[in-house]
Design a protein around this ligand. Sequence first.
Ligand code: AMP
Length: 142
Amino acid sequence: MTVRAILDLKGRDVVTVAPEKTLAEAAELLSANKIGAVVVVTGERVSGILSERDIVKAVSRGGAAALESRVADSMTSTVVTCSPHDTMAALMNRMTAGRFRHLPVIENGKLAGIVSIGDVVKHRLAEIERESSALRDYIMTA
Ligand code: AMP
């Protein structure tokens, strides 16, 4: 299964935030959308990614005042991305190697979706279920 197939099922909407917003505003976005990361954009350009872990780190270092600091100060600027042609196995490798749970999708140089580890696990489980049921059918009819 490819990233494109996952996006066809889950949709291509991405929650984004501007780098000059505060961590409190970003936290509100995460909570309202029930997600774990927002992509930071400057105009149409992806300039970073901010996950719940970055907010927790900032608060543990600077206390509640850190919530008034800018997203740009806590985001990860070197964003690892994927393309619609990537396979689920490639995504799992990239997430495991980078120790993160979100991969923005870039198509023709533009943000075209986001895949989380939750999406990968959900689709991989469905794939395993389909494979084992095909195997069961094969054994029953052999
Ligand atoms: P996560 O596991 O996605 O909550 O993120 C853990 C850490 O990795 C945080 O510091 C994020 O900013 C960073 N991160 C998340 N996704 C990516 C990504 N695709 N590329 C680079 N860094 C990321």
